[in-house]
Ligand binder design. Structure first.
Ligand code: DAH
Length: 350
């Protein structure tokens, strides 16, 4: 019997030595020491052994069990260590390896222009105000002297959400909001910059674009005149596009101003000589402007007998295109890093 036990122990040891995996070791442990193991079978068969032999064999089996338990314990420890070492090896951090390059983003050209415009007008004492992009027909058109059915509405292909709500086609809506919202009817000097939407899409038009709107209203005694409008826009354009920029005022029509002007600036590309960009005219049409229409003042709570003012509006995307020589408006919206990178640190605006 003793030999049999030794045999079991020896073959068990051999098997334990060959195991390379913790899971397998666990399974082997059950096979060697569990209820169905050979050693357990020996104990179960003690009944057939002579009485005086029983304690001896019992203790031999127990010793064998203990020996195997220890052996398995050591093997387990070794395997765990091995696993840990493998893990450590794999997760080793090489502090001498080159780091991943972190590239810094840059300000979008439109945001550059927006900030520049805000700076120019804040320095002249204007407030910067905001208005909703989802606008009512009333504020986008009616309160600006563009009643339903007015032909000038056709120039602004609109995205209507319901009969009454649309995505604003012009920031001029904020003129009406500012006048109506100013309960004490104090003088106004504001610009509003924001997104506007029209149903158009080509190299020089996008269905979403940005506008800046300006509105000045003051008491009649202040004699706000076209000269003030002209002076203001001259400062604006010279600062934006360069001191040599000239302005040309052409009579035009907008329902919310009277008289109305379209303002052209000297072509920044050819300096006014005439080139493909300005279609050989030397001028580029940039702004809409005029003296605030008395009806608009009246509709929004400002008595035209007591107040007068001027307004202007222009597209910021177009301005950014001219300022930076961008040929396709869609570049401004496609987030191509190769395009955006070119504006990095331009103007030292950081
Ligand atoms: N809102 C006009 C447009 O989008 C631009 C404009 C023209 C704004 C004349 C004005 C203005 O404030 O007085 O075409």
């Amino acid at each position: 019997m003793k030999e049999r036990i030794e045999q079991i122990v020896n073959s068990a040891k051999e098997r334990i030595n060959k195991i390379e995996d913790l899971q397998e070791l666990q399974e082997l442990k059950v096979r060697l020491l569990g209820k169905k193991s050979e050693l357990s079978d020996l104990l179960k068969g003690l009944g057939t052994v002579a009485k005086e032999e029983r304690p001896k064999i019992g203790s031999l089996v127990n010793e064998a069990r203990q020996e195997l338990e220890e052996k398995i314990g050591t093997a387990e420890k070794k395997l765990k260590e091995k696993v840990m070492n493998q893990k450590l090896e794999k997760e080793k951090i090489d502090i001498t390896a080159p780091s991943t390059k972190i590239t810094r983003g840059s300000k979008h050209p439109i945001n550059r222009v927006i900030e520049e415009i805000q700076d120019i007008f804040v320095s002249m004492g204007y407030d910067v105000v905001d208005g909703p992009e989802l606008e009512t027909d009333e504020f986008c058109f009616e309160r600006l002297n563009l009643p339903k059915g007015h032909p000038a509405r056709d120039m602004q292909d609109s995205f209507y959400i319901t009969d009454e709500y649309l995505l604003r086609t012009q920031t001029s809506s904020v003129q009406a909001r500012t006048m109506l919202g100013n309960e004490n009817k104090t003088p106004i000097r504001m610009i509003c910059i924001g997104k506007t939407y029209r149903k158009e899409d080509d190299a020089t038009h996008s269905h979403q674009f940005n506008q800046v709107e300006g509105l000045v209203v003051d008491y009649k005694e202040k004699n706000i005149s076209l000269a003030d409008l002209k002076g203001t826009l001259e400062v604006f354009m010279k600062k934006m596009l360069g001191e040599n920029t000239e302005l040309r005022f052409r009579p035009s029509y907008f329902p919310f101003t009277e008289p109305s002007y379209e303002v052209d600036v000297t072509c920044f590309k050819c300096g006014g000589k005439g080139c493909s960009l300005c279609k050989k005219t030397g001028w580029i049409e940039l702004l809409g402007s005029g003296m605030v229409h008395p009806k608009v003042l009246e509709m929004n709570g400002y008595d035209p007998e007591r107040y007068s003012g001027f307004a202007f509006g222009t597209g910021i995307d177009r301005l950014a295109m001219f300022k930076y020589g961008i040929t396709d408006m869609r570049y401004l919206y496609t987030n191509d890093v190769r395009f955006l990178k070119q504006f990095d640190r331009k103007d030292n605006n950081f």
